[in-house]
Ligand binder design. Structure first.
Ligand code: EPZ
Length: 433
């Protein structure tokens, strides 16, 4: 199994190109199931989760082809960097998403919306537990039932039927859910009549999906606010859509610079996608400057100021940056409190950060971080993507050598991580085997 070896202590300086967002690319790819025509997605990151979803879509009958063109915005190379991919679901050959595929990636459960809306039936395996919490699917079931679907949960599968097409309705999410908002927006696009979704997720990835559906002919208003109105249409067409830049990758590298010091341009980053996180990073003492090319992050000299943070749905501070921020706070000059409100078990990085010398205590959903003046490298590993990258950030700032095991987590969500960081002066390499 590959490992990442880091020798910490170097400030970061240079340019890091920001990739297309994993969490936007995945629902856009799934939207290709809604039409027999070709959906062309630009700026799709080259990640293990994208490859896995291509396999899952292939099982339903989706063909794909990758354009050979260079994507200049992302470094001008074809191998590895974000690409343009065409997806064509001319015929849905299978309405079942089996356990073997869905259990590998939770987002694949989202195929339930488009497959049900287009084919009148879908049988999708329950995604099961996950390292960051129980992550149930009750909101998907309740929401699709509100659109008239008959749903049974049988032998580990959600079996949904809507023989006479889904019907528009008003549905209020009892809790904000990004995935359930994606699914209901896709399903309602092909339903009969109007759907109003209240307390919908406002994440930029929801807006990107709405833009995609609108380009495909859907009638959607209000995406990006908590009320989304969808007027169903009889069919959707092909379209060409660009995946937004990855706000979590942007925030991760910004925190890495805030921790190691240095001066880095995050090329292609869009500040409006992560204002809450950028404000917090500013408060820690880093300079954040939006430029025409992206976001410049700089920290010289002075120490890292402690800042308290609570995760919230967008536009609040994202849960997907909580672990990285904790990494940064381990070296702050004082005490900070980090409260996780989205997932009940998203603190697995705490004990691994402690291996590097961090002082963190947990009190329910709050971590109290007592900053230390230095961290020391050690072998570490984490059980999810964002936790793993928090260890990378901490390793970059630690004295000596850190080895991060279970690199496949990083490969799920960070395109060319080692290359991007070593291009800015970090000593970081992948060790195979
Ligand atoms: C998306 O997951 C992201 N994944 C997650 O990123 C992200 O952490 C999360 O949104 C929150 O921002 C993708 O976009 C692929 P939710 P999602 O439904 O949609 C509860 C990463 O590292 N809930 O908004 O699955 C749920 O348990 C990943 O890239 C229910 O109770 O998250 C959680 O507590 C990790 N019932 C809360 O809602 C349901 O039916 C928010 O989850 C659905 C969700």
């Amino acid at each position: 199994m590959d490992r990442i070896r880091i020798v910490g202590g170097n400030p970061l300086a240079g340019t890091i190109p920001v990739s297309g967002a994993k969490n936007a690319a995945l629902p856009l790819m799934i939207a290709s199931l809604l039409t027999p025509q070709t959906l062309t997605l630009e700026n799709v990151p080259h990640l293990a989760d994208v490859e896995q979803l291509i396999r899952i879509l292939g099982n339903h009958g989706v063909d794909y082809s990758v354009n050979g063109k260079r994507d200049h915005q992302n470094g001008g190379t074809t191998s590895g960097y974000s690409r343009t991919i065409n997806f064509t679901a001319e015929n849905i050959v299978d309405t079942t998403a089996p356990y073997e595929l869905v259990s590998k990636m939770r987002a694949s459960f989202w195929v339930i919306g488009p497959v049900l809306a287009r084919m009148g039936e879908a049988k999708v395996s329950l995604p099961g537990g996950c390292a960051i919490g129980t992550r149930p699917v009750d909101l998907f079931i309740e929401g699709l039932q509100a659109l008239g679907a008959d749903i049974d949960v049988d032998t580990g599968y959600v079996v949904a039927k809507a023989k006479n097409r889904l019907r528009g309705n008003r549905y209020t999410f009892p809790k904000v859910s990004v995935g359930a908002t994606h699914v209901l927006m896709m399903a309602a696009s092909l339903a009969r009549g109007e759907t109003v979704l209240e307390n919908a997720a406002r994440e930029p990835e929801v807006v990107n999906l709405a833009e995609c559906l609108i380009a495909m002919g859907a009638k959607i208003h209000g995406a990006g606010t908590s009320t989304i109105t969808i007027e169903g249409v009889d069919e959707l067409s092909g379209a060409k859509v660009r995946v937004i830049p990855d706000r979590i990758e942007t925030g991760t590298y910004a925190m890495a610079v805030a921790m190691t010091g240095g001066d880095v341009l995050l090329e292609g980053a869009q500040p409006d996608l992560l204002e809450a996180a950028l404000d917090v990073i500013r408060k820690t003492g880093a300079e954040i400057t939006p430029t025409n090319a992206g976001i410049r992050v700089k920290r010289n000299g002075a120490g890292i100021a402690p800042v308290d943070v609570t995760t919230e749905p967008f536009p609040g501070f994202p849960t997907d940056l909580q672990a990285q921020f904790m990494g940064l706070m381990t070296m702050a000059k004082g005490k900070s409190r980090i409260t996780e409100t989205i997932f009940e078990n998203r603190f697995m990085h705490v004990q691994e950060l402690a291996r590097l010398g961090a002082h963190i205590t947990l009190s329910g959903q709050t971590a109290i971080v007592e900053g230390v003046s230095k961290l020391k490298g050690a072998p570490v590993m984490a059980t999810d993507l964002r936790a793993s990258v928090s260890l990378v950030i901490a390793g970059l700032a630690a004295e000596g050598e850190t080895t991060v095991n279970r690199v496949y987590h990083l490969d799920r969500g960070f395109e060319r991580l080692e290359e991007k960081l070593s291009g800015c002066g970090a000593v970081i390499e992948r060790i195979s085997g």
